[in-house]
Design a protein around this ligand. Structure first.
Ligand SMILES: O=C(O)CCC(=O)C(=O)O
Length: 284
């Protein structure tokens, strides 16, 4: 018996690769998290530039959000009882912001052993078709890992501008519209992206990437995660410290070391992919 999702939603996740919408936080709770985030932004300049990959290591509000019991109930319904929070992020589009996200699969540079990885996309503002909500291609996760190419576009919110190298039929795309406090859940291999914000309202989503505790990092680079539900019998990841205050100096040291590893990992996987592609072209 699932804890938060219905049997039908669990089935839909397996067949389509996503569930949306799921009621997780109340509107008031979402407003409180947004207020805590904005308060930090006003006190600490460039917070997001200083914490791009695992901001939950440095921001108390985000570390609290990824432990929210309702979100974890939904994730447990998909991943099982032992859950680690592995990464977090924010996708922010101001009114009339040209920022977009190219079609991609999340797992491309992650180096994880298997796809028992779910993203909870938490809406802190309304997210809809007009302000550039996330869009997904149902069932595309069944194709497994697809090749991507890195692109350079200053408006692409992805760090490498990665773009999946298969033709995406946009007529199949489903808009994941959410109200503040609602979440969507998507599979790490699901093809997804989003368009610019054409509205007068901000669109802000927080991503929390959860992995089942048995998943491991297989790229050879050191990696960390936080146990948020159940037990960690595997110890595949370095246990992350919980910040005692925002930008806690001890947390910053841990953050910088782990994020440097993560950058090296992404560069190594991208270089390997390039080499594999070169080899397969010369063999033709
Ligand atoms: O928020 C968006 O527009 C895209 C989010 C995304 O790409 C992700 O969650 O991986």
């Amino acid at each position: 018996m699932p804890k938060l999702l219905s049997e039908a939603q669990v089935k839909q996740y397996r067949s389509d690769g996503f569930v949306c919408p799921v009621d997780a936080l109340s509107t008031e709770e979402a407003g409180e998290f947004l207020a805590r985030m904005e308060d930090l932004e006003s006190r600490e300049p460039n917070v997001w530039a200083r914490s791009k990959i695992k901001p939950h290591l440095l921001m108390m509000w985000l570390n609290d959000l990824m432990r929210n019991s309702k979100i974890l109930d939904a994730v447990e319904d998909l991943l099982g009882p032992d859950v680690m929070a592995w990464a977090t992020g924010h996708f922010d589009k101001k009114p009339h912001d040209p920022s977009f996200v190219s079609w991609h699969q999340d797992g491309t540079y992650w180096g994880l052993s298997e796809p028992s990885v779910v993203t909870a996309w938490v809406a802190l503002t309304p997210s809809n078709r007009k302000n550039g909500c996330m869009r997904v291609i149902p069932g595309s996760h069944h194709q497994g890992q697809l090749p991507h190419r890195d692109t350079i576009d200053k408006n692409n919110l992805l760090s490498r501008g990665q773009d999946v190298e298969v033709k995406v039929d946009e007529s199949e795309a489903v808009d994941l519209e959410l109200q503040p406090g609602q979440i969507s859940l998507h599979h790490t291999m699901l093809i997804h992206g989003s368009k610019p914000n054409l509205s007068d309202t901000r669109r802000l989503g927080i991503t929390i990437r959860y992995v089942a505790a048995h998943v491991s990092q297989i790229s050879g680079f050191k990696d960390s995660a936080t146990l948020v539900r159940g037990t960690d019998a595997y110890r595949n990841f370095v246990a992350e410290p919980r910040p005692r205050r925002d930008f806690d100096p001890d947390a910053v040291d841990f953050y910088e070391a782990i994020v440097a590893e993560s950058r090296r990992r992404k560069d190594a996987i991208a270089a390997q992919t390039k080499q594999d592609r070169l080899q397969s072209t010369t063999m033709l």
